[in-house]
Design a protein around this ligand. Structure first.
Ligand code: HEC
Ligand code: HEC
Ligand code: HEC
Ligand code: HEC
Ligand code: HEC
Ligand code: HEC
Ligand code: HEC
Ligand code: HEC
Length: 501
């Protein structure tokens, strides 16, 4: 039965490749190792094999790819190891690369295979993308959250299991699986190989590594080879397609909630409207990507990452996997909007109070850790140059002038909420920094979190990416104003209550 299954798999494969070689040149050369993987995996995982066959990796060998010159070249490594040059990039080429660095390598059908293919593995052929990605805040998303004592306290206050006894609330620290299912689903988990297990498979008993924190494709995942992130977070495996990453759907999974609503804002923006109605006639595979010819309104990638040219072939923007190099302000408030941090590792920052936050509690940006005016102007200019391919200077300046104003006014509304909170701490109505207590675990503190994390952020994202309702009634200014009134009501009641006692 087993042999039969493998035989039929091999035959199917032969048919596929005869068909392929008829349609798409003779270039498809598959290594012997990958052929062996396919013998079993074609019937085990038709979903994986089918996707790979259609992908760029399944069709083109590095030796052909490095012949492409200039903007069209997609393989950035200067030198690719001889052994990887002539065959297409198959199962064995990715899952057996750098074996000695992988704690998840295991003995599999006489090969040393690792299930987790990392940015370091991809960098053997795509070195520029991997290097740029390391300068991204996304690359540090695990540590930025979990190694920052203020933010990890926020994690505990949200994910911890609460119990109510004798009129008081206790919060137990969250377990790893809850964190993996919550914050770390996007920020990335820490993968740890904790042993080996024997599993019954379609082909009999086999050994596999036990990897804690897996599966996960968070942007800052800590990998078993010491590298960070997952290229598959935007280039889903096993298609690893550029087209997918150029569409807003690639970012929607993570840039969505009330704290980070870039995707919903984009969807209701005029840009998003035009994308929805016209994307079928756009060319998402063209390299370079030509404004006006291949598409007529921007996607997330257009503004934040893509290599863009005009119809005369002039470069409008260089491609970047460092997605902050067109961003001058961090509009995601921590707790106020501020110039972008110099280092993507935000745990390095210290404010005057000694806290790892980019702003003071009263709103001033901390000195020394944030980009200066010249760098801000440069990045803002790079972003505006993209707008100017489709809009006039007056339109673009008007837009950014409004964004500046929104940053000022939303920061002011966060300050007002913070002043109410500090009054509550001073009056002993809540326990905060002065008592060295958590600043996230009481009723009024939760309202304060909502002020900056939900309403101020939503209003700024709406202003930056033109989705007005998210800045008005949908988590926007309506709630920014109402929330302050609710906080003051709460405080007055609490103080009255204390006076009665
Ligand atoms: C003799 C058949 C056979 C061969 C040959 C084979 N595999 Fe597998 N492989 C399996 C089976 C069976 C599983 C388990 C599938 C399951 O549990 O659903 C598996 C699982 C895997 C997994 C997932 C491991 C995990 O921890 O979940 C990876 C990755 C993998 N194989 C890669 C490869 C690569 C790469 C090759 C070639 C170098 C290869 N396999 C060759 C049969 C084979
Ligand atoms: C946050 C999303 C995101 C992540 C994560 C990501 N990419 Fe990309 N990638 C993109 C986008 C968007 C494009 C399209 C760029 C363009 O239009 O010029 C792209 C294009 C590419 C291309 C084709 C163009 C080129 O650069 O030659 C390659 C290769 C690539 N990425 C490799 C990688 C590798 C390797 C990693 C991991 C280190 C990675 N990507 C991680 C979003 C991402
Ligand atoms: C370009 C590199 C690349 C190639 C080629 C490749 N893989 Fe993968 N594979 C990956 C990445 C990346 C992941 C996701 C790992 C992660 O995020 O932990 C993965 C995951 C897997 C998994 C586990 C995923 C799951 O959902 O259970 C299996 C099994 C697997 N690959 C088998 C194969 C087989 C079979 C082939 C050949 C047809 C293949 N891979 C080709 C990079 C590759
Ligand atoms: C052994 C070399 C090699 C490795 C390792 C490798 N790639 Fe590629 N990659 C290629 C080649 C060759 C192409 C096709 C280039 C072309 O079409 O010009 C390609 C193309 C791509 C593209 C563009 C696809 C498109 O739609 O045009 C992306 C994205 C990409 N790779 C991502 C990855 C990721 C992510 C990894 C790691 C999981 C990876 N690659 C590992 C060689 C490699
Ligand atoms: C798997 C989840 C995930 C996906 C998919 C994802 N992101 Fe992110 N992104 C994050 C997280 C988490 C952060 C914040 C990390 C931190 O603050 O430590 C972030 C940060 C960013 C930032 C701020 C960057 C900086 O360095 O300042 C930009 C811009 C961004 N992402 C754009 C994109 C775009 C565009 C896409 C789609 C092409 C995308 N992201 C896809 C999770 C994701
Ligand atoms: C759906 C995906 C997603 C989930 C789940 C998620 N985040 Fe994030 N987080 C993001 C994105 C995207 C950003 C970056 C926003 C930006 O820069 O505009 C971010 C950034 C952050 C930052 C800023 C870190 C820094 O210094 O750069 C903190 C703090 C944070 N998140 C806390 C949390 C907490 C706490 C949880 C769990 C309760 C959580 N996040 C869950 C997507 C997510
Ligand atoms: C028309 C261009 C444009 C499009 C399309 C666009 N953005 Fe933005 N994005 C901006 C501008 C402008 C800013 C604010 C500038 C700044 O923060 O310096 C911004 C800010 C952001 C930030 C905040 C980063 C921070 O520092 O806090 C994230 C994250 C982001 N965008 C992700 C996305 C995602 C995801 C999409 C698609 C769903 C998208 N953007 C679509 C132009 C765009
Ligand atoms: C590829 C072309 C393209 C690019 C690039 C582009 N836009 Fe647009 N934008 C459009 C089109 C088309 C419209 C719809 C205009 C109309 O219908 O009158 C639009 C509409 C707008 C609107 C009107 C929104 C509304 O709801 O009233 C604003 C504001 C805007 N864009 C700002 C920007 C900014 C800022 C940038 C750069 C960060 C940018 N655009 C980049 C094509 C583009």
């Amino acid at each position: 039965m087993k042999t039969l299954k493998r035989l039929s798999a091999t035959m199917l494969l032969l048919i596929v490749f005869v068909f392929c070689s008829g349609t798409y040149s003779q270039e498809i050369k598959i290594s012997d190792n990958t052929r062996t993987c396919l013998d079993c995996h074609t019937s085990l995982h038709p979903g994986i094999v089918g996707e790979w066959e259609k992908s760029a990796h399944g069709r083109m060998a590095p030796s052909a790819a490095i012949k492409k010159q200039g903007m069209e070249r997609l393989v950035s490594a200067e030198k690719i190891p001889e052994a990887l040059l002539d065959n297409v990039v198959g199962c064995a080429e990715c899952h057996m690369i750098n074996p000695e660095e992988h704690k998840d390598s295991f003995d599999h059908a006489d090969f040393s295979v690792h299930p987790v293919v990392t940015p370091k593995d991809c960098s053997v052929c795509h070195s520029t993308e991997a290097m740029q990605y390391e300068k991204n805040i996304m690359y540090h998303a695990y540590g930025n959250l979990m190694n920052n004592p203020v933010y990890s306290d926020l994690v505990t206050s949200i994910n911890g299991i609460q119990t109510f006894e004798n009129m008081s609330l206790t919060i137990a620290p969250p377990d790893d699986r809850t964190n993996a299912d919550s914050c770390l689903s996007c920020h990335g988990t820490m993968l740890k190989v904790s042993g080996t297990e024997t599993r019954e498979t379609d082909l009999g008993e086999m050994d596999f590594p036990v990897i804690e924190g897996w599966p996960n494709q968070g942007v800052g995942r800590i990998n078993p080879d010491g590298s960070k992130g997952s290229c598959a977070s935007c280039h889903g495996r096993h298609a690893f397609s550029m087209e997918t990453a150029r569409k807003p759907d690639a970012c929607s999974r993570c840039h969505k909630g009330p704290d980070v609503p870039a995707y919903p804002v984009y969807k209701v923006s005029k840009h998003g409207n035009i994308y929805s109605s016209e994307e079928k006639s756009w060319d998402f595979g063209a390299v370079p990507w030509t404004i006006g010819k291949d598409f007529s309104a921007p996607t997330c990638a257009t503004c934040h990452a893509s290599l863009l040219t005009d119809t005369e072939g002039n470069v409008v923007a260089e491609r970047s996997h460092q997605m902050n190099d067109r961003l001058y302000k961090r509009i995601f408030g921590l707790t106020y909007a501020h110039p972008h941090p110099v280092s993507p590792d935000t745990t390095l920052i210290r404010n005057k109070a000694g806290l790892p936050l980019p702003t003071e509690l009263t709103g001033e940006p901390v000195e020394g850790f944030l980009i200066d005016q010249a760098e801000q102007d440069k990045r803002k200019g790079a972003m505006q140059k993209i707008c100017l391919s489709c809009h006039s200077t007056g339109w673009v300046e008007g837009h950014f002038d409004r964004l500046e104003n929104t940053i000022t006014t939303t920061n002011r509304m966060t300050l007002t909420a913070t002043e109410v909170l500090m009054e509550a701490w001073a009056k002993g109505a809540a326990n905060g920094l002065d008592k060295k207590e958590s600043i996230f675990n009481e009723g009024i503190e939760k309202k304060w979190i909502e002020q900056w994390l939900f309403y101020a952020n939503s209003t700024r994202f709406a202003s930056a990416m033109s989705g007005a309702d998210y800045g008005a009634f949908d988590n926007g200014r309506y709630y920014l104003s109402k929330n302050i009134q609710d906080m003051i009501e709460w405080l007055k009641l609490r103080v009255k209550d204390k006076e009665k006692k």
